[in-house]
Design a protein around this ligand. Structure first.
Ligand SMILES: Nc1ncnc2c1ncn2[C@@H]1O[C@H](COP(=O)(O)OP(=O)(O)OP(=O)(O)O)[C@@H](O)[C@H]1O
Length: 288
């Protein structure tokens, strides 16, 4: 399903949560949605899921706005970081309701995943630990097989090995049947290898939409004498600089690594987490 976002703006009491966002997600891919707290990720996913109306601009899924459109909302599954299910329900009720809502529901997969995460159908949601509740969210998200599935930091309380199993299951399910998966996370380095495209939000604006390989291949920290490096980075997209004595390190997007090395600078890769921090800090994010 094609998602087209045009000048999408959402105000809460006059304050911009989303500020003239424009981009499109054309293909089924695993998209990483990144940004600091309050950048607007959840607001965007709620509008996409048809739960919120924008203040202005548009978000269209296959040409239609999703708010109040069952044909579209049944094609979308949003798993939030908590409170996804009514506390009084048993797990089996949660699964039954999901199976009635999603035409693409895979009951066999749901059963396998319950076993995988050691959950029993007769457990009540209110009796689940935080990690077990997150596991239930993940089960519903995966088994929904919704053409647009969104995970908004879905792993609260899950330990590292359960999270790692979740990432494996996500990839397995995606490889069997491609769909659009939008994954918002603060544990970027843990999942960044999964992403086929990364979107970075900052203050309600989109500042990066790129393939991770492209970022890895062109984003580096380079170091050398400050007097030489300053000249070399002039006109480049510098997202961070640090000086020590007469030396300087600059993190640059769109850098030709070999050319920088040939000029005598030391060049190192930058993790996606670090890049996101630089891009969304006060110093970074400005394309020169
Ligand atoms: N219901 C609401 N009422 C008022 N302001 C809101 C509401 N929901 C979100 N906001 C504000 O909108 C902005 C964007 O919030 P949003 O939850 O979309 O960000 P986020 O990127 O998902 O953050 P986080 O990573 O912390 O989950 C923030 O300034 C937030 O305070």
């Amino acid at each position: 399903m094609k998602i087209e976002v045009n000048n999408l703006t959402k105000l809460y009491k006059g304050k911009k949560a989303l500020d003239q966002l424009s981009f499109s997600l054309d293909e089924p891919k695993i998209y990483g949605l990144l940004g600091r707290n309050g950048a607007g990720k959840t607001t965007f996913m709620q509008i996409l899921a048809g739960l919120l109306l924008p203040t202005s601009g548009s978000l269209l899924v296959d040409g239609e706005a999703p708010f109040d459109k069952q044909r579209l909302t049944e094609s979308m599954c949003l798993i939030k970081e908590g409170d996804n299910f009514k506390k009084d329900l048993k797990i089996k009720n949660v699964l039954t309701i999901a199976s009635m809502f999603y035409p693409t529901w895979d009951q066999e997969l749901a059963r396998q995943l319950l076993e995988e995460f050691s959950l029993q159908e007769n457990m009540k949601v209110k009796g689940l630990s935080k990690g077990m509740e997150s596991a239930l969210g993940i089960i519903v998200g995966l088994a929904s097989k919704a053409p647009i599935t969104m995970f908004d930091e879905p792993y609260i309380g899950l330990d590292a090995s359960a999270r790692s199993r979740f990432y494996e299951l996500l990839v397995e399910s995606y490889q069997k049947e491609k769909r659009t998966i939008i994954f918002s996370t603060h544990l970027i380095d843990e999942v960044s290898l999964l992403f086929e495209e990364v979107l970075i939000f900052d203050d309600g604006k989109l500042i990066v939409q790129e393939e991770p390989d492209q970022l890895r291949d062109t984003c580096f920290s380079i170091s050398g004498p400050a007097s030489l490096l300053e000249d070399y980075i002039s006109g480049k997209w510098v997202v961070h600089t640090q000086r020590l004595a007469g030396n300087m390190t600059a993190t640059v997007i769109g850098l030709d690594k070999h050319e920088a090395q040939a000029n005598g600078f030391q060049v190192e890769g930058v993790s996606m987490q670090q890049l996101m921090i630089y891009l969304t800090s006060k110093q970074g994010g400005v394309k020169k």
